[in-house]
Design a binder for this molecule. Structure first.
Ligand SMILES: [Zn+2]
Length: 170
């Protein structure tokens, strides 16, 4: 006789972890994979976590988006300086598409981003327009890669200032 508890996990616990690994909630009401609008890609920066949530609330997407946070946001998807982030971004686009049938990816970059400084060896904070242009360049690269991989997915690209206001760039 095999007692599951002897293996350290009961069947019930295993089921819970199995669902969690797929990103699905263990609560019965939410167990069915929903169809949601978007996957959000943000930077990790602690200064803008709350502003990021508010930003997606203002897009009427409260609890209606999957989220990936990786340093640099758009940069994480395409910069050769961050190969493991590249893989994580595209893996999660695939997962969000498969699990939740997203129709678009929303990328939220921000000004004074440390990852951009690392990638380009420049501090853009003092040069507002040059900073916007640098983000736009990376965003267009991200968009081209997304179109190549998933022609059916839309995309929106925003740049947030440190005061929490955001502008659409692409
Ligand atoms: Zn950042």
């Amino acid at each position: 006789m095999c007692n599951a508890k002897e293996h350290g996990l009961s069947r019930r616990q295993f089921g819970f972890f199995g669902l969690s690994a797929l990103g699905l909630s263990a609560s019965p009401q939410k167990a069915v994979a929903a169809e949601i609008e978007a996957l959000a890609l943000t930077c990790i920066d602690h200064r803008l976590v709350d502003d990021g949530v508010r930003f997606f609330d203002n897009l009427h997407l409260t609890n209606e988006y999957d989220q990936v946070a990786l340093a640099g946001a758009s940069l994480a998807g395409v910069s050769p300086k961050f190969p493991s982030s590249n893989a994580a971004v595209w893996d999660h686009v695939a997962i969000a598409k498969q699990l939740h049938h997203i129709s678009k990816v929303i990328v939220l970059d921000h000004r004074d981003c440390g990852a951009y400084k690392v990638a380009f060896g420049k501090d853009f904070a003092a040069a507002h327009d040059a900073e916007t242009a640098q983000h736009k360049k990376v965003m267009l690269q991200f968009q081209a890669t997304l179109k190549q991989k998933y022609p059916d997915l839309g995309s929106e690209f925003y740049l947030m200032a440190l005061n929490g206001t955001a502008e659409r760039v692409v």
